[in-house]
Write a protein that binds this ligand. Sequence first.
Ligand code: ZN
Ligand code: ZN
Length: 248
Amino acid sequence: MAALIFSALAMTAIVGVRYLISSGAFAFATKLKHPGLYRGLEPQMRREIGWSLASAAIYGIPAGIVAWGWQERGWTRIYTDLSAFPLWYLPVSLLAYLLIHDTWFYWTHRWMHQPWLFRIAHAVHHESRPPTAWAAMSFHPVEAITGAVVIPALVFLIPIHVAALGLVLTIMTIMGVGNHMGWEMFPRALVHGPAGRWLITATHHQQHHAAYRGNYGLYFRFWDKACSTDLGLGRFAAADRERSAADG
Ligand SMILES: [Zn+2]
Ligand SMILES: [Zn+2]
């Protein structure tokens, strides 16, 4: 029992520190690239950090319980022996996790935009106007629970190498922070090219925060396109300012 509690607490600390480091790094990059972009948003950023640290516990506890069960009880289908599955399975499992997480996110997110549920569960996330790098985990606890159960459930269902799982979590963290940063970190050729038609980056998620009804996806635009909720790419205040400065 003590080991179980320790694992839940340790994972909460890991998720919290991971959030502070990743959001802190992107907030710093924002300071360098777009000085003043977050000017006047200090009270909002304090709120974002508070909600995000609460979410860290909600994400950390189930993850800690599953990690304990994996180590102590042989739960889950996480494997460490690379030869346990063919090598082609590594990218396939990674993609499967991303696609399933994206599907779960699209439908729960779209559901949370129903007015009655929006007020309870999702208004907190949209209180960030515009979101900053600190908003990556700024969720009401109800929303945080819907996000926190996905990966701990998937590891019981779909075999994944521990390194591929680490990559899934890294992608989740980077995209979560990057998509709320207020500027686009990926090259224009990617965002506005063929890949950008299917991948979600900050430019796409920005439009969700601007228009609310649409662009509900997490990684891929597949569900938004299939369900006609894709609003296309958004615009950034920073980019607009720079463009008008360049125009003179
Ligand atoms: Zn968002
Ligand atoms: Zn939303």
